[in-house]
Design a binder for this molecule. Sequence first.
Ligand SMILES: Cc1cc2nc3c(=O)[nH]c(=O)nc-3n(C[C@H](O)[C@H](O)[C@H](O)COP(=O)(O)OP(=O)(O)OC[C@H]3O[C@@H](n4cnc5c(N)ncnc54)[C@H](O)[C@@H]3O)c2cc1C
Length: 502
Amino acid sequence: MSNTDLRNNALVWFRHDLRLEDNQALVAACEYAETHQSDVRAIFFVTPKQWASHDVAPIQLDFIERQLNQIAIELAELGIPMDICQINDFSEVTGLLSQYISDWQIGRVFATSEPEFNERCRDASVIAAGVNLILKPQHCLLAPLSVLNLAGEMYKVFTPFAKKWRAIAKREAIQTLPRPAAQAAPLPKPSLVTFNCEKRCSSQWPIGEQAAQQKLRQFAQQKAADYQDCRDFPAIDATSQLSAYLVIGILSPRQCIQALLSHYPDALVHDECPGRCWLNELIWREFYRHLLVAFPKLSKSSNFNVLADNIVWRNDPHEFQAWCQGRTGYPLVDAAMRQLNQTGWMHNRLRMVTASFLTKHLLIDWRWGERYFKQNLIDGDLAANNGGWQWSAGTGCDAQPYFRVFNPISQCEKFDPTGAFIRTYLPELESVDLKLIHKLKIHSQAKLFGDTDYASPIVDHKFARTRAINVLSAMKKGGAEIRHKPQLDRASSVDLDKEIFG
Ligand SMILES: Cc1cc2nc3c(=O)[nH]c(=O)nc-3n(C[C@H](O)[C@H](O)[C@H](O)COP(=O)(O)OP(=O)(O)OC[C@H]3O[C@@H](n4cnc5c(N)ncnc54)[C@H](O)[C@@H]3O)c2cc1C
């Protein structure tokens, strides 16, 4: 670029927005550069130590690495060089970014904001160090703290939040931004970067915006209408499977909503509109993200409901291991956990069933399950995972009441009536009569499945249900029968951590 004003180059700092289309930070950087007749650069920080402390799953890291390499190539075609800097954790970002800004004469840095506490602290310290950082709140359609009740506060119940969210969204022009034009002559193809951390192959999830958008279009066109009726059956391919794309930002929520509205323009307006049910799930996603910003304690593993601090969890490490490995003797729970372990993804109905089983049947602290999910899910996401776990345990905002305990046997009968899902992940039950699987309760603790290696139930359902209600009643308003038994001390919980999570 001939007229380059070197003091005013623009920098796009990519984080969980790994796309070129509908990327407000990228577009703003290009506009800034155009105004100042300057250049655009891009940067990404590889932070293995931070990711380890956030329990980011090796399969998600592989997915991020693949997509990052892809967008580095696409940016080079637009004449935008991308620097991928390998550091340890967020504490090194401010120093490195300040140096980079001075080396490359950057006038302004553009990024998509993030709702998590550590990420927000990182950005705050970058700004405090004098970096001119412009944040675009594009991880949601509607920015956190923009959907408030009449008192100006964040809603604590989903239904009125969703109503207000829809009312605001209706007034918005839901338009996505195109990929920016080339900023300069194409650059040589960058060499591939390899993250210096543990990864697990994610190749069954195609990367690239085209692949993601095609998946989205197909879902909106072919499956969104039946979503409400079919979404709870794990043997049916009825959900979008777009969560991983949303989490690392290959797709924006705006793109998803626009695609849905292009087929179902009334989804924002009418309850009965096909497509409304899927829209609601995207609103749940926004609800949990808004909560994370409004209540930073949620990023710090705190119960949303303070009464839940009184629960005395059993936390049996052997039972936890059995749950993790899919050896509880409850076929739906075990098949679900094996789906997670084998594929890095789990169906939503099963996330609810397994989370309820861990927290209610086994009375194991939801934080153990939350962590295990995060360490293994390709779509691991603090807001949705924390929201889902606290909902299931009954400790969360607008959560399932503590006295509602999912029955893992009737859930199985209802949502996997032919046993197709169970048999995919539990080959040892291949030839077992379906009636036996669905009538598990009659046989209780007995050796149920004849000669198979399949485990007997780890706990009797009726017994576990009563025990859960008794213990979890510590959350009753007024705190009746609250017992203050000391939780595990710090040292033993560190040892346990090692034993359980390695
Ligand atoms: C215990 C538990 C843990 C969970 N952990 C995560 C997680 O780490 N990451 C994650 O993205 N989702 C999580 N969820 C929510 C949900 O299970 C997944 O988003 C969904 O299964 C992903 O599949 P899909 O893309 O086919 O979803 P669809 O059914 O097609 O839904 C569309 C999108 O809406 C969003 N969404 C759907 N349901 C929810 C929900 N209940 N809460 C928030 N967002 C939702 C997701 O972005 C999803 O991709 C969790 C739910 C529970 C009960």
